[in-house]
Design a protein around this ligand. Structure first.
Ligand code: PCA
Length: 287
């Protein structure tokens, strides 16, 4: 396991007291002296989006809640904007234990794990309540699938419905022919191919630059990503299709998870539950 993703520092005397109190309160079977020696652990978390985006803010809130619930014993350092690694590398890195935590766009991994493409099938859900039901129905198999890859799912975070942005009006399928169609999963790639467009795979954090450079004519994404990538500078047309409501998954390496003290696991589960509930509300508000 690389040490740049998990680091430890000695516990300060005041934190040691808090740790001892927390351990006792949570019924954790650690002695005061064992806790006194427990170093603070910092876990790095790879975020795929800009600081201003609601997903990153929610992730930061999750991280700071874990910090406060563990009285500073476990700190999560969110590194946003894929500065640690490209999002496509996050799942394998978590599986190998080279990365502690990370946020991924679930359907981006649909080619490798078809189950992860389930929330990006067009027109399967017609709104947030149905999207939530789809998640409830698929959460367990998705968790089981990723667990086998060495990845423990903490929470899912929804995006607003996906619409079509374009430089020129799109009235029929043929209007997409030959256009540079930005893709971020199998669903968008398939649509681009069927329409005779040119699929260009661009991560969300590189989208603003790509649009500005003229490398994207059309894309299917949320209103929030449209704003985040300043799509209006180049794309004056938007069809509010709400074709699917995809999700991010925030995950921890199963190797890292297995080594966490029980109280930290409980703190992470509590914070994850709240982050998941917040994300659905944030997605609705942002739309
Ligand atoms: N924005 C991200 C994922 C879905 C969305 O709305 C993107 O376009 O990659």
């Amino acid at each position: 396991m690389s040490d740049w993703n998990v680091s430890t520092t000695p516990a300060s005397p005041s934190r040691r007291k808090l740790l001892a109190a927390m351990g006792a309160g949570a019924g954790v079977a650690w002695s005061g002296s064992a806790l006194a020696q427990t170093p603070a652990t910092t876990l790095k978390c790879s975020g795929a989006y800009t600081d201003a985006l609601f997903h990153t803010q929610n992730l930061q809130q999750f991280a700071s809640q874990v910090g406060s619930l563990t009285q500073g014993a476990t700190k999560i350092e969110v590194v946003s904007n894929s500065k640690l690694m490209p999002m496509k590398d996050v799942l394998p890195a978590l599986g190998k234990g080279d990365l502690a935590l990370g946020e991924i766009f679930m359907s981006n991994f649909g080619q490798q794990y078809p189950l992860l493409a389930i929330d990006s099938l067009p027109f399967i859900v017609r709104g947030f309540p149905e999207a939530q039901r789809l998640w409830e129905a698929t959460r367990q198999p998705i968790q089981d699938l990723l667990q086998k890859q060495g990845v423990h799912v903490l929470y899912a975070a929804a995006w607003p419905g996906q619409g079509l942005f374009s430089r020129a009006p799109i009235n029929k399928l043929e209007d997409l022919k030959g256009l540079k169609f930005r893709v971020n999963n199998d669903a968008t790639k398939y649509i681009a191919e069927v329409a005779g467009a040119l699929p260009v795979d661009i991560a969300a954090n590189n989208l603003a630059k790509a649009i500005q450079a003229g490398n994207v004519d059309v894309m299917v994404t949320s209103s929030t990503t449209g704003v985040d990538s300043q799509a209006w500078n180049a794309m004056g047309y938007f069809i509010d299709m709400r074709a699917w409501i995809p999700k991010n998954l925030v995950c921890i390496s199963a190797q890292v998870w297995a080594k966490l003290p029980a109280a930290t696991k409980t703190a992470m589960e509590t914070a994850a539950k709240q982050a998941e509930a917040r994300s659905w509300q944030l997605a609705k508000d942002a739309d």
